[in-house]
Design a protein around this ligand. Structure first.
Ligand code: CA
Length: 616
């Protein structure tokens, strides 16, 4: 008996169910992943994971000659089949996979090979960009009808700071013009794949389905629409992907494919969260793999990327999303927690298919020695080979805040910023690091700087003008405050919900401090967009003297000079020292207010101030 229901690309999970009966035994397919694929990739291999009752007892066959079944693997669970396909005729095609019980055809599935797009995404992340990081549940509720979804456990509750608040993809699409006006050119969303956990699911880092957007945010189709609508405004879309672990509510957890799909599959062991153990030469054996193999927390089972089926699955899901949603970049969560050998192969595979794709990992370490280890082009102490072009620059964030909030002396204060940048020699490409004053895991920068507007402007201006790709967390543009509590620092963006008294999108109800922050950032980022010295130029900086930090960005004949005075009192700056860089440039125009400075004379610096001068 053959019974076929649907083969629909969107929502395939909730709809896909193919069932059949042979000799009294029932068979089903509830998942085929990837759900479809493309012709035109460098790598012509494709491994399908098929799940359904008793599926391993059936024999798959493909009557179409252009697709060859290279190998069929059964797993430890009888409900999985892995089929290695080789794409011989590399062109778009829908073909049928038939499943036989001896000679009887029991099930069949129409699989689609789509045409790959010409690959070059002009929105690919680069140092001319400024990234806007959004926690989607907390930004704007554009569609109240998806606040609660029957088949997803957690329902909306804005009274719970750790609960779901209803923000969604529609809410972001609705405010793309605002994002564009502010000067942001990339959007990074915290993960939006399904997180069907019973509670604390809004943050998105507990994936329960790698191929479906969480229905409370929208759908795969709507996510792609966001990407295309953003692209119309020259804005790229960055996907946050978690390859280290899944959520305990992942559908695999009811029926794991193999006995080693997870690390510590039968006996829970937590990671020690000590990043340094990855590099430490003095460790005893028992501590060596604890960091990477232990679980992040009990609700986040740790994937075993040493299992080749897990590895292939994660490689394919990465490529699938870049191609499907025309992504401009990826941000990979908890990068050093992932198996190193896997990361090496995985990053190589991404680059093979998307040669100019620029993507970055998260390694929350304060030492450039350890962060640089992961970036392509750095020289690691061992034979590790990485192909990931960028990393998040955590050391710079820490030293920026520390530098601005401690008193100047020969080894403290603003000199910390100089000193950390002096360590750039360790990075494969320091200009390609993602730099930030805060993010979704740390206290809001305005609060870190003790709610001092002058320090806030210094921090934001520094991030917008030093080397690297700036990232600003939503709400920082209106100087949002917070404690360290996650629910608190990911507060709802004012104006994102009906009846909000304050609407930051249109600027109504903002207090003078919020307005000042917003206008400042808007001016700064829009200026940055078209300044070649900042977006492509070399960084030259001087060691800090008398609490003043001076640096230049230089591209051909275009020069920008930045002067940071972190002293409590005003200072006089003489320009003699800088003549080797200034050369014939004698005029500086303040990019915020247009004021002119004559650089042949000394100038007076306000206490706790930053001056960004375009030189002429
Ligand atoms: Ca909603």
């Amino acid at each position: 008996m053959l019974k076929k229901y649907f083969n629909i690309k969107e929502f395939y999970l909730t709809i896909l169910l193919i069932s059949g009966i042979s000799k009294g035994l029932s068979f089903e397919i509830d998942h085929i992943e990837p759900p479809f694929w493309w012709s035109g990739f460098e790598n012509k291999n494709l491994q399908l994971m098929i799940h359904g009752d008793n599926i391993s007892k059936l024999q798959p066959k493909i009557p179409y000659k252009g697709i060859k079944i290279k190998k069929i693997h059964i797993a430890d669970s009888p409900n999985y089949l892995f089929i290695d396909l080789f794409i011989e005729k590399d062109k778009p095609k829908q073909f049928t996979i038939n499943f036989y019980d001896k000679k009887k055809k029991v099930l069949s599935y129409d699989y689609e090979l789509l045409k790959r797009k010409e690959y070059h995404n002009k929105q690919n992340l680069n140092s001319a960009d400024v990234i806007y990081l959004i926690t989607p549940d907390r930004y704007a509720n554009g569609d109240r009808s998806n606040d609660n979804i029957d088949h997803l456990f957690e329902k909306v509750n804005r009274m719970n700071k750790d609960g779901r608040h209803g923000g969604d993809i529609k809410g972001i699409i609705d405010h793309l013009d605002y994002i564009n006006d502010m000067g942001f050119t990339q959007i990074w969303l915290n993960p939006v794949l399904e997180n069907n956990q019973t509670n604390y699911s809004y943050h998105g880092y507990s994936t329960t389905d790698y191929y479906n957007i969480d229905a409370r945010y929208g759908s795969n189709k709507l996510y792609k629409k966001l990407s295309l609508e953003a692209k119309k405004r020259d804005i790229g879309l960055i996907k946050d992907l978690v390859l280290n672990h899944i959520g305990s509510g992942h559908w695999w957890m009811n029926d794991l494919p193999t006995i080693d799909w997870l690390n510590y599959q039968d006996n829970y062991v937590q990671t020690n969260h000590i990043h340094e153990t990855v590099y430490d030469p003095h460790l005893p054996q028992s501590q060596k793999n604890l960091f990477t193999d232990g679980w992040f927390v009990q609700t986040m089972p740790d994937l075993n990327q040493k299992n080749p089926f897990v590895a292939t699955y994660l490689e394919q899901v990465t490529i699938w999303w870049i191609e499907y949603a025309e992504l401009s970049s990826l941000r990979i969560d908890t990068y050093p927690y992932i198996d190193k050998d896997f990361l090496s192969k995985w990053s190589k595979r991404v680059i093979e298919e998307f040669p100019d794709f620029n993507f970055f990992g998260e390694a929350w370490l304060n030492d450039p020695t350890m962060v640089s280890y992961w970036q392509k082009g750095s020289k690691p102490y061992d034979d590790f080979q990485s192909y990931i072009p960028s990393m998040k620059d955590f050391p710079l964030q820490k030293f920026l805040i520390q530098g601005l909030t401690t008193k100047h002396s020969w080894n403290s204060g603003i000199g910390d910023i100089y000193r950390i940048l002096a360590s750039d020699f360790q990075y494969g490409d320091p200009y390609n690091l993602v730099i930030f004053p805060d993010n979704h895991d740390m206290q809001r920068v305005y609060s870190l700087l003790n709610e001092k507007m002058d320090l806030f402007k210094m921090a934001i201006s520094f991030i917008a003008t030093t080397r690297g790709i700036p990232q600003i967390y939503y709400g920082t543009e209106i100087a949002m405050t917070s404690t360290e509590d996650h629910g608190e620092l990911r507060k709802d963006f004012p104006g994102g919900w009906d009846n909000d008294k304050i609407n930051a999108f249109i600027g109504s109800g903002l207090n003078p401090i919020q307005l000042e922050a917003k206008n400042y950032i808007k001016t700064l980022l829009n200026w940055r967009k078209s300044n070649n010295a900042i977006t492509q130029g070399k960084l030259i900086h001087y060691p800090v003297t008398h609490g003043i930090y001076v640096y230049f960005r230089i591209y051909k004949n275009e020069k920008v000079m930045v002067i940071m005075n972190n002293q409590e009192n005003k200072k006089i700056l003489e320009f003699d020292l800088y003549h080797e860089i200034l050369l014939k440039k004698r005029k500086g125009i303040d990019i915020i207010n247009g004021n002119n400075y004559n650089l042949s004379e000394s100038i007076e610096l306000k206490p706790k101030s930053i001056l960004i001068l375009e030189l002429e």
